[in-house]
Design a protein around this ligand. Structure first.
Ligand SMILES: [Fe+2]
Length: 192
């Protein structure tokens, strides 16, 4: 059983979420629930990875803010009524956090999808994203990205924690290397 972790979220994180989301709205509830679950998972992993000296306060903050860009996208199922395609939440999140003075957290937004989006994959898929590597590089970025894969924002299964095998199979649909990278992380992070 996972060890309980004392999560103390700094007030600036709630200040940022409150700035872009209406308290009690569907998008607020989904974002907050998802972010707390991802944060808990990321902190559990960070706790196991102490030998790498991860920046735990940063992981907590960045996990809470990694999806802040969803409000700018058109994702009615998540209560988001922006104009851009959902995939752009990663660059919207980066821009929003840069504007707010948190560029390092912004990079986590940009790099957290799956095990990351390499430039060549963005081009091949024709994603409406800037053509650059959006792949987690630091230990902290990798831990947030890894933790995020365990939870969906689908309101019908927000609380369901997927298995490592389930996630690897899902990511492999987009390319075998994505599933392999996830399995390598799972081994490194002590889940497999
Ligand atoms: Fe997420």
């Amino acid at each position: 059983m996972a060890k309980n972790i004392d999560i103390q979220i700094p007030s600036f994180v709630f200040g940022l979420i409150d700035k872009y989301y209406e308290r009690g709205s569907p998008s607020y509830r989904i974002l907050l629930t998802h972010s707390i679950l991802v944060t808990r998972k990321a902190l559990q992993v960070a706790e196991r990875m102490k030998r790498l000296h991860p920046d735990i306060p940063f992981i907590l903050e960045a996990s809470m803010l990694h999806d802040i860009g969803i409000c700018k996208t058109n994702a009615p199922g998540l209560g988001c009524h922006g104009k851009d395609p959902y995939i752009t939440h990663i660059i919207h999140g980066r821009k929003m956090l840069e504007k707010e003075g948190y560029p390092k957290h912004g990079l986590v937004c940009e790099r957290h999808t799956g095990v990351g989006l390499p430039k060549a994959y963005i081009i091949k898929q024709g994603f409406p994203l800037p053509k650059r590597d959006m792949v987690p590089t630091t230990t902290e970025e990798r831990i947030v990205s890894y933790a995020d894969s365990f939870y969906s924002k689908d309101p019908s299964c927000l609380f369901h924690e997927k298995s490592v095998e389930e996630i690897a199979a899902f990511l492999s649909q987009f390319g075998a290397r994505f599933g392999k990278t996830f399995l390598r992380w799972a081994k490194e992070f002590g889940d497999a």
